[in-house]
Design a protein around this ligand. Sequence first.
Ligand code: SF4
Ligand code: SF4
Length: 173
Amino acid sequence: MMNAAYVYLQIYRLFDDVTPVRADCGKLCNKACCKGDDSGMLLFPGEEEVFKLLNPDGIRVEKTNLQYEFEGKKHTVSLAVCDGTCDRFQRPLACRIFPLTPYLSKDGSMEIIIDPRGKGICPMAKALLLEDFDGAFVRNVRRAFTLLMKNARFGAFMKMYSEYIDEFGKFYD
Ligand code: SF4
Ligand code: SF4
């Protein structure tokens, strides 16, 4: 992806002042989403370039075993592993949009949904419907992924990612 770091840094700004709900939801749950001891947050295609550039304290990038194919080549998805104390202006996109996620429906259209992976962690993901989230937040998540979906490699990633999300959805439906 050309200039991927630049694209993501622009997208990050959509979430500097806009959060899932107007209140500080971290007070509800003592920031449960930053305390996971499992794996970290998946990085979207090319997003690892941001972390090469910023090299923020407390976040390291690792490879996952998730792969997608684009133009005959396999691409491996990266993961940001953190110690739960990042500078919020340097957090990855997945953290900015949590507990929402983009999702490609069977007809190939992009939707924004509550992330089934969040339902075991996040009280908002468990209790709220999409329309309960701050409208500006949902709009900005949609804007971010509408923009990213213009890139064909991102589309290839989204197909794999949506199947991956489906696997989690089965446990929570
Ligand atoms: S787990 Fe949910 S409610 Fe808690 S800080 Fe994270 S997004 Fe907010
Ligand atoms: S990178 Fe930051 S926002 Fe994301 S889970 Fe870690 S501490 Fe939380």
